[in-house]
Design a protein around this ligand. Structure first.
Ligand code: IMP
Ligand code: MG
Length: 185
């Protein structure tokens, strides 16, 4: 069910996002001497962030090979169903290579934990996590991102790839969702 909601409060605007992405690219470039950098994005939430990040890396003269895996843990609500499943794997050969995992948000941590384990099982030499957003208040897993764009409070956010029931991924900034009936499910 999709609830009546508003997207009015911008938490992070476009210019701040762009500046942060440039900084993250500088840090990642410094920490990853390998060429190319192997990047796996988690779909669908990471696609906007990842597109900007790899171009920021390229502007620094760094090449990346990019693949995606689709993971699902959410229905249409704002709470994780608690189980993560692999909807579609990637085809890149990660054996013996260090991988940069890119996700939209680290919430409970289940998705990132699942993805990291999956990559290690596929033979990756190491996995570093880059999350656009970190919502530490809701973490249930002992997992931290190596690179974080912004830390956000315990509110539901959309935009810049993040969705509510499939909507608002196309918003250029990161905004808070407020529910008209003000009941959280
Ligand atoms: P986790 O497995 O609980 O860490 O949740 C990770 C996934 O839940 C993210 O990749 C998002 O797709 C989704 N998610 C968690 N919090 C939010 C939010 O505030 N807005 C939109 N999606 C979210
Ligand atoms: Mg999502």
């Amino acid at each position: 069910m999709i609830r009546e909601h508003h997207v009015r409060k911008v938490l992070v605007g476009e210019r701040r996002i762009a500046a942060r992405v440039r900084k993250l690219a500088a840090e990642i470039s410094r920490d990853h001497p390998e060429d190319p950098i192997v990047i796996i994005g988690i779909l669908r939430g990471s696609f906007v962030f990842l597109a900007d990040l790899v171009r920021a890396l390229r502007r620094r003269g760094r090449r990346a090979v990019i693949d995606f895996m689709t993971l699902r843990s959410y229905g249409a609500g704002t709470r994780s169903s608690g189980r993560v499943r692999l909807a579609k794997g990637f085809s890149a050969d990660v054996r013996g290579r260090r991988v940069l995992l890119v996700d939209d948000i680290l919430d409970t941590g289940r998705t990132a934990e699942f993805a990291r384990r999956y990559l290690l099982r596929r033979g990756a030499a190491g996995v570093r996590i880059c999350a656009l957003l970190d919502k530490p208040a809701r973490r249930t897993r002992r997992i931290a991102a190596d690179y974080v764009g912004f830390t956000v409070p315990d509110v539901f956010v959309v935009g810049y790839g993040l969705d509510y029931a499939g909507f608002h991924r196309d918003l250029s900034s990161i905004a808070e969702v407020t529910f008209t009936d003000s009941i959280r499910d």
